[in-house]
Design a protein. Structure first.
Length: 325
C-alpha cells in the first residue's frame, strides 16, 4: 500500500538503480525552462520492489487536456504491495506539463508532443522536450502503457491501439477490459512508435473523454494495467477476465467533412454501422441540409465528434473495420 506524502527529489534524469528497494520514490525530472528561467519538471513516481524484475511504465497527459489517466496511474501505484513487488512500476501522471497547466492539448507552443517523437536534442521547444522525455524519463522502461482520452469536441470508447501482429504487445492489449482493440503499428511521431524503436513494448489505452474523471472507465483501466503487472510477473495474483470480448479491428480511420456547417453525428460509440448508412448530417447556418454522410463500409464507431460547429475538414467519426489483422 502506498500512502503518505514526501517532498519529491529534484533530478536531471530517472536512474532507478539509485533508488531504494522496497520503497516509493517521488521525483521531479527537469526537462526544460520557461521564459522566466524557471525549470519545467515532470513528476515521476517509482515503486521499486525488493526483487529484480521488469520495469513497467504508466504515462498520462502527453496531451495536457487528457486527464483520465492521472487517477489510473495513482490508483495502480496505491494498490501495490511493495513487499511482493518484482522490478519496478514507474508512473508519470503528467508528461506534458505546460499543456496541463494551460488546459490545452498541445505543448506551450501549440505543438502536438505525440506527433514530434522522438524529437531532437536541439532546436524548437517541443521536439527538444520530447527528446528529453524519452532520454531522461522513459529510457529505463521495458514495457509501457500510455494513457490517453479523446480531445475537445470528441468522445471515445474505451479502446486500445497496439500492434496486434506482435505477440508481446498483442498480449498486453488483450489483457485490457477494453470495448475495442484497434490494430495499429504506430504512426511516425507518436510516443508509442518512438518507444518501440527504443525496444520498449508499448500500447496505447484510450480512456474516455477530456478534462474529466470518469470513475467507471478509470476503474476498468486500473484492472487492465493490474492484469499486465500479473502477466509480467511484477506482482502476484490472478488475471481478471473480461465479461465481454472486445471488438477487434484490423485498422481504423476518421471520416471528415468536405464543407463547413453544423454537424450532427447519429451513431454512438461502439455502435456498428453498415455500408451506405447515414451516419451524420450537415446543415448551414439557416438550418438547410447541405449534405448527409454515409458509412463507406461496414464497421464499428471507435469515437465520434460531439461538436456541432464544424469547419471544412472537421472530424465526423472514427470508424473501425472489424477483423483480425
Amino acid at each position: 500500500m502506498i500512502s503518505g506524502a514526501s517532498d519529491p527529489l529534484e533530478v536531471d534524469r530517472l536512474d532507478i538503480d539509485t533508488l531504494p528497494r522496497g520503497a516509493v520514490s517521488r521525483l521531479r525530472v527537469t526537462l526544460a525552462s520557461d521564459a522566466m528561467g524557471d525549470p519545467v519538471r515532470v513528476p515521476v513516481i517509482v515503486a521499486r520492489g525488493p526483487h529484480d524484475g521488469p520495469v513497467v511504465g504508466l504515462t498520462a497527459a502527453i496531451h495536457g487536456n487528457e486527464v483520465n489517466g492521472l487517477p489510473v496511474v495513482h490508483q495502480v501505484l496505491r494498490n501495490l504491495d511493495l513487499a511482493r513487488l518484482r522490478g519496478a512500476v514507474v508512473g508519470v501522471p503528467v508528461l506534458n506539463v505546460p499543456g496541463f497547466h494551460a488546459h490545452q492539448r498541445g505543448y506551450a507552443d501549440g505543438s502536438d508532443l505525440n506527433r514530434v517523437m522522438p524529437g531532437r536534442p536541439q532546436g524548437a521547444a517541443a521536439p527538444v522536450y520530447a527528446h528529453r522525455l524519452l532520454d531522461r524519463v522513459l529510457r529505463p522502461l521495458a514495457f509501457l502503457v500510455d494513457l490517453h482520452t479523446a480531445s475537445f469536441g470528441r468522445v471515445n470508447s474505451l479502446y486500445v491501439r497496439a500492434d496486434l501482429t506482435d505477440p508481446v504487445t498483442a498480449a498486453l492489449a488483450r489483457l485490457q477490459p477494453a470495448q475495442i482493440l484497434v490494430h495499429n503499428k504506430g504512426a511516425d511521431g507518436t510516443l508509442r512508435s518512438a518507444a518501440a524503436t527504443m525496444g520498449l513494448h508499448a500500447i496505447t489505452v484510450e480512456v474516455g473523454n477530456p478534462l474529466r474523471f470518469q470513475k467507471s472507465l478509470i476503474r476498468t483501466s486500473v484492472e487492465g494495467i493490474e492484469n499486465v503487472l500479473v502477466h509480467l510477473g511484477v506482482v502476484p495474483g490472478e488475471i481478471l477476465e473480461s465479461e465481454e470480448d472486445p471488438v477487434v479491428c484490423r485498422h481504423s480511420y476518421w471520416l471528415y467533412t468536405d464543407r463547413g456547417g453544423l454537424l450532427e453525428v447519429f451513431p454512438g460509440v461502439t455502435d456498428t454501422v453498415r455500408r451506405g448508412e447515414v451516419v451524420a448530417r450537415l446543415t448551414n447556418i439557416y438550418g438547410d441540409v447541405l449534405t448527409e454522410y454515409r458509412a463507406p463500409e461496414d464497421g464499428v464507431v471507435v469515437g465520434k465528434s460531439t461538436n456541432p460547429v464544424s469547419p471544412m475538414g472537421a472530424r465526423i467519426l472514427h470508424l473501425g473495420i472489424v477483423g483480425e489483422p
